[in-house]
Ligand binder design. Structure first.
Ligand code: ZN
Length: 225
């Protein structure tokens, strides 16, 4: 049998976790179906996978799984594909004239690896220096969560968070560091339980050594309350 070169390349790309773009690859017709139409289709797909694996879908414990998974995909873990769910871009004037760095750290990240559809779990640390505009603190958590709720590559997630905050705050001076565990590395494949992946994106002033250092020092602060 001839081994398909494309299939080999695609397998290698996935296991090496190489992404192709900072935009999530979406088709133009991505939202022609409603959420409930998507749930109906995905429910049948999940049922098909489970039946193919030989599971008895008549069993009370398994009966509800296809619908449950379909709803979870569309409404929860991949809900951030839907631009309607993007956090609103409300900002405020910086009345305090606070011109130093603001860091929101230890933001919980729950995402999903787009190569294996397994969880990515970790922490994001996000910072910006205001040029006159500020956002509510929870907005930063919401932006992280919105982009995390997609099939993701950690590098892309980091870049998408920074780009969105740069847009919202109208400044280049935004940075993000993510430290996360990938269950596709921890629980299968190489099965390295302890390893985690760190990615970073530094915009504007954060590219400067001193500013970057200050941000990274704040992240290291041990805040136990
Ligand atoms: Zn993976």
């Amino acid at each position: 049998m001839k081994i398909d070169k494309d299939t080999q390349d695609i397998d290698a790309l996935g296991d090496n976790h190489v992404g192709t773009s900072s935009e999530t690859p979406m088709r133009n017709d991505a939202f022609e179906l409603t959420s409930s139409e998507k749930i109906d289709i995905i429910k049948d797909d999940v049922r098909h996978i489970m039946e193919t694996l030989g599971l008895d879908l008549e069993d009370d414990s398994l009966k509800g799984t296809p619908k449950r998974v379909a709803k979870m995909f569309v409404n929860e873990i991949f809900g951030g594909l839907n631009p309607d769910k993007k956090p609103s871009a409300s900002t405020f004037d910086n009345k305090y004239k606070y011109g130093e760095m603001l860091v929101e750290k230890n933001i919980t990240v729950y995402s999903t690896c787009e190569h294996h559809l397994l969880p990515i779990v970790g922490k994001a640390h996000v910072a910006y220096i205001s040029n006159g505009t500020v956002v509510g603190l929870s907005k930063m958590n919401r932006i992280v969560d919105y982009f995390a709720k997609r099939p993701q590559v950690q590098e892309r997630l980091t870049i998408q968070i920074v780009k969105e905050l740069q847009n919202v705050l109208n400044t280049e001076d935004v940075a993000c560091v993510i430290d996360a565990k990938h269950l596709c590395v921890n629980s299968r494949g190489i099965r390295d339980v302890d390893s985690s992946t760190v990615t970073s994106e530094f915009g504007g002033k954060f590219k400067e050594k001193e500013t970057k250092r200050e941000f990274l020092d704040y992240i290291k602060l041990d805040t136990t309350f």
